[in-house]
Ligand binder design. Structure first.
Ligand code: SAH
Ligand code: SF4
Length: 357
């Protein structure tokens, strides 16, 4: 039997093509997207405005399939973490972070990550595979199915869970299309954020392809230190990364800025000199800086910077006119904080073995 096509993989354009190939008009796309994304109906037989013949055809060749939720944990501060099974022994994680004015869903883009940043739990686990658009969109649908009945909603989606989204470009772009599309989630472009550790050629393509917000995981103001913390810097050093940022900032018609993420590691990257260097690097760039207190995980020796060091770092940047915030740690009692998402990864890169030796 041929494999059925999972319709959660298809953005509006791909659905139009799908229905066109079945000899159906494109208004079918609208009808189907309303059933799935607005009414949360996933059984073709209940989609009563589709003809009986079409429903039969869909049952034969298509499906709407979700990965299985393994567990759902509530932290004391309202954060929710889901663990989702993605085949074999692989599990990914996603996190909902409620705030006064918004609810942010942090989704995963890969099972693990091959980039091996030294302070990141996901990187420590190695890499298994990319997630499909369906597996990313399903994370948002699953969260909505839990949250909507209790009056909560997702106002923002960030690709800051497990994985490097810019190493899974096409599936991430289609996911963004669906997040922005009024027929599905209808989020504004400012409320969808791709976070990347700096895959330069992909960032240049992304700048033209999807108009979403961009966060760059910088973590160090010079190449020597960044080579050590974010190994992909050896391939794409800071100068090349800043050029890609420039491409992003100058693309599109609306004003853009970039959020630079900087994890605060005690005695490693948190001195006054580092702050001065960072201010110099970001001078004239339309930037905001987000300082992230390091969240520990078992295999790591790093420590979180002191509150004093973080305040000092923030003060130096602010005094140089750089908008800077410190991210409040959330959900740590269920291991849901930034960098703590580990899931369960059948590592194909052998990185996890290499590190243990
Ligand atoms: N791969 C992407 C997106 C996922 S990581 C990226 O690196 O941007 C999301 C954010 O969490 C990144 O800024 C990452 O550097 C940060 N992070 C990773 N490990 C962390 C830790 N242990 N403590 C705090 N932040 C961490
Ligand atoms: Fe991968 Fe991002 Fe973790 Fe680096 S910080 S290992 S790029 S998930």
């Amino acid at each position: 039997m041929q494999n059925k096509i999972n319709l959660l993989n298809l953005n509006q354009k791909a659905l139009d093509q799908f229905f066109n190939e079945l000899g159906e008009k494109s208004f079918r796309t609208k009808q189907l997207m309303k059933w799935i994304y607005k009414d949360h109906v996933f059984d073709f037989d209940q989609m009563l405005n589709l003809s009986k013949k079409l429903r039969e055809k869909l049952n034969e060749i298509a499906c709407i399939e979700f990965p299985e939720v393994v567990s759902k944990n509530h932290a004391l501060d309202g954060v929710i973490k889901w663990v989702i099974k993605t085949g074999g022994e692989n599990h990914i994680e996603m996190v909902y972070i409620p705030e006064k004015e918004r609810g942010t869903l942090c989704i995963s883009s890969q099972v693990g990550c091959a980039l091996a940043c030294t302070f990141c739990s996901t990187g420590y686990q190695g890499f298994n595979r990319n997630l499909s658009t369906a597996e990313m969109i399903a994370q948002v649908l699953i969260a909505n199915l839990h949250l909507n009945p209790v009056g909560k909603r997702i106002s923002n989606v960030v690709f800051m869970g497990m994985g490097e989204p810019m190493l899974n470009e096409e599936a991430v772009y289609s996911t963004c299309d669906l997040l922005l599309d009024d027929l599905s989630f209808g989020l504004s472009r400012r409320r969808v954020t791709i976070s990347s550790s700096g895959v330069v050629p992909a960032l240049e393509r992304m700048s033209e392809r999807v108009p979403v917000s961009l966060a760059i995981s910088l973590h160090a103001p010079n190449d020597a230190l960044r080579d050590e913390l974010v190994p992909i810097n050896k391939k794409y050093p800071i100068e090349a990364l800043m050029k890609a940022c420039d491409v992003y900032l100058n693309a599109g018609t609306q004003e853009r800025h970039i959020l630079f993420e900087y994890v605060m590691l005690k005695g490693v990257n948190d001195s006054s000199e580092h702050a001065q260097q960072l201010a110099k690097l970001l001078k004239g760039v339309s930037a905001k800086v987000n300082l992230i207190p390091f969240n520990p995980f078992p295999q790591s020796d790093y420590q979180t910077s002191s509150v004093r060091a973080i305040d000092n770092f923030q003060d130096i940047l602010s005094s140089k006119g750089i908008r800077t915030m410190t991210r409040r740690t959330r959900g740590e009692d269920v291991d849901a904080a930034c960098g703590q998402l580990a899931g369960k990864v059948q590592d194909k890169t052998k990185r996890s073995d290499a590190r243990r030796n």
